[in-house]
Design a protein around this ligand. Structure first.
Ligand code: PLP
Length: 379
């Protein structure tokens, strides 16, 4: 674990950013070169080696925010996840996944891993001992995601990490929902942290990218796999990601505050059914979330409306219907109609994804305006 020397606010502005050595400008110049002079240098930059100045600036900033030694920036969250996974496991190895994962990750596991001869088990993560029970002699990796989508379940990161450590198993966590501002799993014993940077890291609904951060040794393994799979990010987008990261702490803190205010309001409203938010004291994972999310409980919440859910969504004026999440603007989706549409209604109900459930990605607007919009759509 690398100890942070500065606060997250300072890191978000300064970490990794090399500045402008020629003209002394305040921002990192864009270095679009794909060809560099190799004379007399041990290793030269090349975009698919993930080592150009713009790629390194972003990777170092995200690594700093996650208290990790090093990092890699990718062209998508899925590139970060699949490259990290394939860097650790090979044919005949076994992986334990938490059962409620992001839909794209779930899909990639069941469609791709059997083709590589990699075995896996999905377990209910609400009890960490389920991971220990699923361990086989050939288990190499445990993969978790917390808070989960869309019912914001909390996995006890420290417990899972210590089980894995006892059995010499590598751990990966998808930290997208929490963002590096709220939760730093490396501090809790996790080996590799991945992000869909398309969400809070980009934060403006205009970038697709991903990241993996870890110790230098794990990053080296990921890099070797990444050079073969090739999911690199171009200089212009890296530059935009670096710019976005300078405000991530301010954005996420406002989103945390708005989400908590809205969750508390919704819970007290008789027109609303269940509210899922780890910041609410009666959320089953609240105590663990409080311990492992020191920065805040995040900007994602879900709730059930007692009236017609699609009519409610259509009546919203400020809060927009959109998939994806983590942007500065508030967006809402019906998981039953989008991310979980391919699952049968009965199976959906079993995991709490009813037709009345809505997933809310809370933006940075004024909480009072968001509440007013919800109120008018409910009436
Ligand atoms: C969006 C998302 C991903 C995939 O990221 P892409 O950038 O779309 O490839 C992975 N995990 C979580 C939790 C996500 O929300």
């Amino acid at each position: 674990m690398k100890k942070a020397s500065h606060s997250k606010l300072t890191q978000s502005v300064h970490a990794g950013s090399p500045g402008d050595p020629v003209h002394k400008g305040m921002v990192t110049p864009i270095y679009p070169s794909s060809a560099y002079d190799y004379e007399g240098v041990p290793s030269f930059p090349y975009p698919r080696y993930f080592n150009t100045p713009n790629q390194k600036a972003v990777a170092e900033k995200i690594a700093a925010l996650e208290n990790a030694e090093d990092g890699v920036i990718f062209s998508s969250g899925m590139a970060a996840i699949m490259t990290s996974l394939l860097a650790i496991v090979k044919k005949d190895d076994h992986v334990i996944f938490q059962s409620d994962l992001y839909g794209g990750t779930q899909h990639a596991i069941v469609t791709e891993l059997p083709r590589f001869g990699i075995h896996y088990t999905f377990v209910d993560a609400s009890d960490p001992s389920n991971f220990e029970k699923a361990i086989r002699p050939e288990t190499r990796l445990i993969f978790i995601e917390t808070p989960s989508n869309p019912t914001l379940k909390i996995t006890d990161i420290r417990s899972v990490a210590s089980i894995a450590e006892r059995h010499n198993i590598v751990t990966i966590i998808d930290n997208t929902f929490a963002s590096p501002v709220n939760q730093n799993p490396i501090d809790l014993g996790i080996d590799i942290v991945t992000h869909s940077g398309t969400k809070y890291i980009g934060g403006h609904s205009d970038i697709c990218c991903g990241a993996a951060v870890a110790s230098k040794a794990f990053v080296e393994k990921i890099l070797q796999k990444a050079i073969n799979t090739g999911g690199s990010l171009d200089a212009h987008t890296c530059w935009l990601v670096e710019r976005s990261l300078k405000t991530i702490v301010l954005r996420v803190r406002q989103q945390n505050q708005n989400a908590l205010t809205i969750a508390q309001y919704l819970q007290a409203d008789s027109r609303i059914g269940k509210v899922y938010y780890p910041g609410l004291p009666d959320h089953p994972g609240h105590a663990i979330a409080k311990a492992q999310m020191p920065g805040g409980f995040g900007g994602m919440l879900s709730f059930e409306v007692k009236t017609d859910a699609s009519q409610f969504m259509r009546k919203l004026k400020l809060i927009q219907r959109a998939v994806s999440l983590g942007g500065i603007e508030s967006t809402i989706t019906s998981p039953a109609e989008t991310s979980h549409a391919k699952i049968s209604a009965a199976d959906r109900a079993a995991i709490g994804v009813t037709d009345k459930l809505l997933r809310f990605s809370v933006g940075i607007e004024g909480a009072e305006d968001l509440l007013e919009d919800i109120n008018q759509a409910l009436s």
